[in-house]
Design a protein around this ligand. Structure first.
Ligand code: AGP
Length: 606
């Protein structure tokens, strides 16, 4: 998705903006641009990569205040002209914008009647014209921005420059994140802390409806009616090194390989061996309130939703509380019935996904109690929820989610243990789960050691036009996540089905050209799963089995054996070979592994 960076200080803005934009590349984009003030407004923007923009910026592009942007096209094709910043006709005001202006056509028509000439097809350009119209009357950029935004319907994170006020940048947020970075006699703003951590770890997140003016000597924040707001800076845990590839060929491989450590971090300080319970300080729920919930409803998008399905299974198994997961993107649109005795849990790695945020806001509006399972500290979803669990998995840069997925499943195991021990989970079962959780990091290491073996299998299967992924009950969300990983980074078509549903339709697809990845844990459903493999083999289908024991060659062509943990926790480990399978398939097919086509890391638009 689009990215914003802004700088005010005594250094040259352009290199800082370019470096910040590079840090935002992982989010996905198709064009980039920047504007600086040096007596006049100077802009450069190009379709393509930040490196193309850097090449287009002349050496004499000097000035200590500027804004930069990476664009992910929504209104108008990717092109130099549609790239941001957008400027008004008099070239006084420059704007970068993330989000969507819903009444852009109406505003554009009115501004055109007023004499404005538009050069791009974007919705964002109206902002530059609107602000420019007011700023010349008020001589206050803040006031001009507030006045303009009152006419706007939609979502935005914006940064605005005024050539006549070269010491400041005004930023505003409504549905699209803006975070301020506090430096030494310099200030930054960005849509993502990733752009700031090289310069500062002191940050301030804006709320929806909030604006800020940043100057070299500080900042102040205010609302749309000009009321000042008080903000406490947060310290970001991660430094710039956490955003590097760390010697790996791709961020994705780095993030898959980090999982022994990231799972350990999610668990750290949270497993109590005395009472066999989980310590989850951020839940903000008393034992009495915890007991009162009769249902758990989990929402998230994409892989976050699939990890929620694992979570629902864990809550039902360990706490015997009915639980289910639903895509947040559907939930928010179906006027959901919100029950006072249901606990809602929202999952998000980025904490910014617009559909999930909107679903949380809908729940809160209806009086629902919402916990967040979120990776990014201080993010919009984390702040919107009543309490929650931070994953502490560290920055996830690759578009395909891996370490956040496993950490979310681990967080759910902790939550389910907590609920279970408040209800009827015995101390013995509590101990069993605690011990199982502690074994996870070493077992993940064992799976990662099979990297070469899985890479060989990926090369063997990658050249098929499509693959089927199947699993039963606990294995089904694992299959869904496996199919998701394969399709998003290798572009190989992948379908996930409950193994039990195969003969109700998709079995028609099975044949030598459609191999099946079968998740076959050693659980009470093993025999059922083996029967399904027999049915696939009887139709000439090839099978790659992922399970706990070597496959009978009559039932599977290939097999990846993973270490066994407690049955309830096995889905976490079974996911990891599928991540490696997708990664190596994408490499074999020469895909852009970390930035797959058409996708963005955090989807901050509807
Ligand atoms: C995962 O591989 C995907 N890129 C995507 O499905 C992602 O999980 C989804 O967009 C939700 O993102 P979030 O966790 O940041 O909310």
């Amino acid at each position: 998705m689009c990215g914003i960076v802004a700088y005010v200080g005594s250094k040259d803005a352009a290199p800082i903006l370019l470096e910040g934009l590079q840090r935002l590349e992982y989010r996905g984009y198709d064009s980039a641009g920047l504007a600086i003030v040096n007596k006049t407004l100077r802009t450069r923007k190009v379709k393509g990569r930040v490196a193309d923009l850097a090449a287009a910026v002349p050496a004499r592009f000097k000035g200590g205040v500027g804004i930069g942007h990476t664009r992910w096209a929504t209104h108008g094709v990717p092109s130099d002209v549609n790239a941001h910043p957008h400027v008004d006709g008099a070239e006084r005001v420059a704007v970068v914008h993330n989000g969507i202006i819903e009444n852009a056509d109406e505003l554009r028509a009115k501004l055109t009647v007023d004499g404005a000439t538009f050069t791009s097809e974007t919705d964002s350009e109206v902002l530059a014209h609107l602000i420019a119209r007011t700023v010349k009357d008020t001589d206050s950029l803040e006031e001009a921005v507030r006045t303009a935004l009152k006419r706007v319907v939609g979502t935005y994170g914006i940064a605005v420059l005024d050539a006549e006020r070269p010491g400041e940048v005004v930023v505003a947020r409504n549905g699209s994140p803006i975070v301020l970075g506090i430096g030494e006699k310099e200030m930054f703003a960005a849509s993502d802390v990733a752009a700031l951590v090289r310069y500062t770890r002191q940050v301030v997140h804006l709320e929806d409806g909030e604006l800020a003016t940043i100057k070299a000597d500080g900042f102040h924040t205010f609302t749309m009616d000009a009321t000042e707001t008080a903000k406490e800076p947060l310290t970001v845990d991660w430094d710039a090194g956490h955003y590097d590839t760390g010697g790996y060929e791709h961020y994705l491989l780095k993030e898959i390989s980090e999982q022994p450590e990231t799972v350990a971090r999610t668990l750290r300080g949270r497993v109590d061996d005395r009472f066999h319970i989980a310590h989850l300080g951020g839940l903000n729920l008393t034992p009495h309130e915890t007991r009162a919930f009769r249902r758990v409803k989990i929402i998230g998008c994409g892989s976050a939703y699939y990890s929620g399905q694992i979570g629902a299974q864990l809550v039902e198994e360990l706490a015997r509380i009915p639980a289910d997961a639903e895509p947040a993107s559907e939930f928010r649109y179906r006027n959901p019935v919100v029950e006072h005795d249901t606990l809602y849990v929202a999952i998000s790695q980025s904490g910014e996904t617009y559909d999930t945020l909107a679903a949380v806001q809908e729940l809160k509006r209806k009086g629902g109690r919402v916990l967040g399972i979120v990776n990014t500290v201080g993010s919009a979803i984390a702040r919107e929820c009543d309490g929650g669990i931070y994953l502490h998995a560290g920055p996830e840069v690759s578009v395909a989610s891996t370490k956040a997925f496993t950490s979310t499943a681990v967080a759910f195991a902790l939550l389910a243990l907590h609920f279970g021990r408040v209800h009827d989970l015995s101390p013995a079962d509590g101990r069993r789960i605690c011990e199982g959780l502690r074994r996870l990091p070493a077992q993940i290491e064992e799976i990662l050691a099979k990297d070469d073996e899985i890479a060989g299998l990926a090369r063997k299967y990658a050249d098929h036009a499509g693959m089927m992924f199947i699993g039963r009950v606990r294995g089904y969300p694992v299959a869904r996540e496996g199919a998701q990983k394969l399709k998003e980074i290798s572009y190989v078509h992948a379908e996930a089905y409950p193994a039990s549903e195969l003969k109700h339709g998709p079995l028609a697809l099975i044949g030598p050209d459609m191999p099946t990845v079968a998740i076959v844990p050693d659980d009470e459903l093993l025999d059922k799963n083996l029967t399904t493999l027999g049915e696939i083999r009887a139709r000439g289908g090839r099978v790659l089995m992922v399970g706990h024991r070597a496959a009978d060659p009559r039932l599977a062509d290939d097999c990846v054996v993973v270490p066994k943990n407690e049955t309830e926790l096995d889905p976490i480990l079974l996911t990891i070979p599928l991540q490696l399978l997708a990664y190596h398939a994408a490499v074999a097919l020469d895909r852009d592994v970390d930035k797959p086509r058409n996708l963005a890391k955090s989807v901050t638009v509807e």
